[in-house]
Design a protein around this ligand. Structure first.
Ligand SMILES: [Fe+2]
Ligand SMILES: [Fe+2]
Length: 248
């Protein structure tokens, strides 16, 4: 394509983004937009899958049969979220088998390598991490790439159901005698790790994401929304919440 054509395409694309219209076809996006879109969608796809893998042992580890079913349902939701994300990536001509089986080490967030050792650990991870995903998906649901934005609407609803599950259990365990120290220990363990999943604040890449409306806010603003929501909740259960860090 001629340079002038490329420039005209980029201008038309930006105009559409700025007017709030969704982009729908591969033909109307620039290579730069595509690369940024892929980075974000691959990160989400892998996190959905890694999330499912982390929860699988807790079908067996859950304390009651009703809880085994609840965990199995969360695993099913996360697998469905992963499938929806990999389908979107295939429509952008990505070899998703390669992503899943060869490149996973490149994309997996560190938090998914941490072992979930106990039930209080599991419910705190569920409380913090699904809530982090819920806040991040809010931005994706409003993004300029139409297919991703529409897919996020249902996924986001399910993430908030997962959050409620974590919340119910963290409250229950905090208020049961003897379990509160284990819940506090789990909070102290997971908090700094989940705080990092929002990424660095104020970077140039983040500004490009916002210019393309692939993200609507700076990473730190999303982190703050997450923190300001969960802090009063955890404190109402009698837990001590660590201070928030800006990740630079
Ligand atoms: Fe999910
Ligand atoms: Fe989830």
């Amino acid at each position: 394509m001629l340079v002038a054509d490329e420039r005209a395409k980029a201008e038309a694309m930006l105009k559409k983004i700025q007017s709030g219209e969704k982009l729908e076809s591969k033909e109307e996006i620039t290579n730069e937009y595509r690369e940024h879109l892929l980075t974000l969608m691959i990160a989400q796809a892998d996190s959905e899958l890694a999330g499912a893998y982390g929860y699988i042992p807790w079908i067996e580890g859950a304390p009651t049969v009703a809880e085994k079913l609840a965990m199995a349902n969360i695993v099913k939701d996360e697998c469905r979220h992963a499938k929806a994300m990999y389908d979107l990536l295939e429509r952008l001509d990505i070899d998703t088998d390669k992503l899943i089986y060869e490149d996973k080490m490149k994309h997996r967030m560190k938090v998914f390598y941490e072992p979930i050792k106990t039930w209080p650990d599991l419910v705190m991870f569920n409380f913090l991490m699904d809530r982090a995903a819920g806040h991040q998906l809010r931005d994706a649901a409003e993004c300029s790439w139409g297919p991703w934005s529409r897919t996020m609407v249902q996924i986001e609803k399910e993430e908030w159901m997962h959050v409620k599950h974590g919340e119910t259990w963290v409250r229950k365990l905090s208020q049961e005698s003897g379990e509160k120290p284990a819940v506090q220990k789990a909070l102290d363990f997971w908090f700094p790790k989940v705080n990092k999943v929002f990424g660095k604040s104020g970077t140039d890449t983040n500004k490009v994401y916002q210019k393309f409306k692939l993200k609507q806010r700076d990473n730190h603003d999303v982190r703050l929304a997450w923190y300001n929501e969960m802090k009063p909740l955890l404190e109402s259960y009698g837990l001590t919440v660590p201070g928030i860090d800006v990740v630079e």
